[in-house]
Design a protein around this ligand. Sequence first.
Ligand code: GLY
Ligand code: MN
Ligand code: MN
Length: 439
Amino acid sequence: MTISAKEYARRRQDLMATMGPNSIAILPAAPERTRNRDVEYPYRQNSDFWYLTGFGEPEAVMVLLPGREHGEYVLFCRERDRTMEIWNGYRAGPDGAVSDFGADDAFPINDIDEILPGLIEGRERVYYDLGHDADFDRRLMGWVNSIRERVRSGAQPPGEFVALAHHLHDMRLFKSAAEVKIMRRAASISAGAHVRAMRTVRPGMAEYQLEAEYLHEFMRHGSRSPAYPSIVGGGANGCILHYIENSQTLNDGDLVLVDAGCELENYASDITRTFPVNGTFSKPQRALYELVLASQYAAIEATHPDNHWNVPHEAVVKVLTQGLVDLGLLSGEVSELIETEAYRRFFMHRTGHWLGLDVHDVGDYRIQEQWRQLEPGMVLTVEPGLYVAPDDDTVDEQWRGIGIRIEDDVLVTKDGCEVLTHEVPKDVADIEAVMRGNG
Ligand code: GLY
Ligand code: MN
Ligand code: MN
């Protein structure tokens, strides 16, 4: 399942090919973060760093030096340390960085002040993303300044800083066969968790108890973490877009909106389903649900390399606006309601985002002012919703407090798209059948 050493090497080569010979790329691992006192958050590697190295340890710095005779890929990392390894676990060490992670050269991270300025010196351009890690920014400026101080002795400081992310993020947008395989598996695990939740939910359960079903299912299948904090909102909590408290009781007669996806080998999945706590949609719930579903099908239909990024969103807006008029939540001319964005009272977010190592993955949505064309290998979410505020007295009472989102993960293919998360039902009859135990 994992990405091969060869693929990591190819990514570094592809990046270096765009950098040119007289340059250096510098990328630090994610810092460790304190949760409270001496407890740390579970460590998660920086996605760019992971993409280029597959190296999961903190306190590491990747350096790429195109054309360097003694090796183009240098990794600084923690040294092996018997005591530290007894307390905190295995470290690859510089020898392991070379033998197991493909580094051409590796040094102890504690020696970086002595070694890195010498690697920077004489390189004209530094590829580095400023502004993400203030401590590292400061250290890097220190190394560059130490070279500048020696210009009268012939030292050659770099003349230019260039964003590393620019080309790297474009590479990350296009998923390889190996990446798609992992993302398919992540999607399948998350789909299974949603099915499990549909089977398990009962009136009187707490939202966090339903959340526990997801976590159990994720880990049982090899995922060590959700890709983002799970959203489990019963009733009107489903209208709070980033509701992660998950502390309330799930009530008979309400819907529950669950936005939850696992992370696998650092790749995200991202699924939302909305289903009735008691197993049966009420009439108004069903009407709004089927409207969101129709818009989602329209968007998936529009996810095609013939279309640009915004076409699926435009399809959603059209279906939802027409439906809101038909149901009486909006009144007026559909074209004018779209023009004035009247639908935004009930649908206030976009239809999707890129998906990959980050849940809101990297990659440009526009190129030179134009919406980007969809291309095979891109993975995105399709996630329309409708959210009627519980105190919205401009609409009939039956609609108030209903929040619905339906979200799938979709791979753009040569002639359309593949729904990676197809294993979890979304049609009303299928959801109700699963909840009755017949699906
Ligand atoms: N789960 C985050 C999102 O749907 O964008
Ligand atoms: Mn989501
Ligand atoms: Mn999403």
